[in-house]
Design a protein around this ligand. Structure first.
Ligand code: ATR
Length: 280
């Protein structure tokens, strides 16, 4: 019987965790690339995150992904965080280095942009004003990505205005914080609308936003992917806008993780997307 040289291990930590589609995605790539190994969901509370991360080298893990509510706390724990993670203020991916130290980065911004470009290949960040709804954890990566790609006018609308102000300050890009009452008017002249709030997600009410002011050629992105088409995306599609949900953001953020863990550049394929869509 032959013994493979190495058993490849990686995981996603979160609390809760069993809803995560990351294991399906990464185990698909394990099979596709002929790696012997597994990617597992691990339930980790904030209190135990440090112990869990520090156990990775001893257990032989290549690294891990992090999801809610661990991303900000991880930044305080890793031995080194790159500039992307520090600007976003959160870590989505940890790599165990050969000396056992932990390197953190944030691949959510990368995933967000790749998802947009896959759906709208001619999309440019500087094509016109971008309206971002929401100023929570997910919005930080989105606003960072847009500013990094050269967006010149980011209108950041949040129910809690102060959160939009502090996110704008933290990212430091061309961000104009706007009040919730200004959300309908904020769409005037926009080239892209992005929802980062939890509104429209399964079990939540739809985002309360009238698209009346959104120009005809504007694109609409909802980073929610359960359901696959939120009420916002359905309305945008009916009005003739190009739309994309957030599933591709999840799929694409996995690619740089694999480069860093296993030195492999995996592809987001139609088959993989369909396999994950079937579980939603
Ligand atoms: P995540 O990490 O997924 O972004 P979060 O940090 O809790 O989660 O952020 C959730 C976002 O959805 C916030 O922008 C939140 O607005 P507040 O900052 O005012 O809380 C937004 N959100 C949640 N419920 C909302 C609602 N009923 N109406 C409008 N925005 C809402």
């Amino acid at each position: 019987m032959s013994h493979p040289e190495k058993f490849h291990l990686a995981c996603v930590m979160g609390d809760p965790i069993m809803h995560s589609r990351s294991p399906s995605l990464h185990n698909y790539w394990m099979k596709q690339h002929g790696l012997t190994g597994v990617y597992v969901p691990v339930h980790v509370t904030r209190e135990r995150l440090e112990a869990a991360l520090r156990a990775l080298p001893a257990l032989g893990f290549a690294g891990c992904n992090l999801t809610i509510p661990l991303k900000e706390r991880a930044l305080e724990i890793v031995d080194e965080a790159d500039v992307t993670a520090r600007r976003i203020g959160a870590i989505s991916c940890v790599t165990v280095r050969p000396d056992g130290t932990l390197a953190g980065t944030n691949n959510d911004a990368y995933g967000f942009i790749e998802n947009l470009l896959e759906a709208f290949p001619d999309w440019r960040a500087d094509a016109g004003p971008v309206v971002v709804m929401g100023a929570g954890g997910a919005a930080r990566a989105v606003v960072y990505a847009l500013a990094d790609r050269g967006a010149k006018d980011i209108r950041l609308v949040n129910r809690t205005f102060e959160r939009a102000v502090s996110l704008g300050k933290a990212i430091g890009g061309p961000v104009t914080p706007l009040r919730w009452e200004e959300r309908h008017a904020a769409l005037d002249g926009a080239a892209l609308l992005v929802n980062t709030t939890s509104q429209g997600m399964v079990h939540n009410p739809p985002l309360d936003l009238s698209l009346g002011n959104l120009p005809k050629g504007a694109d609409v992105c909802d980073i929610v992917y359960i359901p696959g088409e939120t009420p916002l995306l359905a309305e945008a599609r009916r009005r003739g806008h190009r739309t994309v949900n957030g599933l591709g953001m999840l799929l694409h953020q996995g690619r740089p993780a694999w480069r860093s863990w296993f030195g492999i550049d995996p592809k987001v394929t139609r088959e993989m997307r369909e396999m994950i869509e079937a579980t939603i």
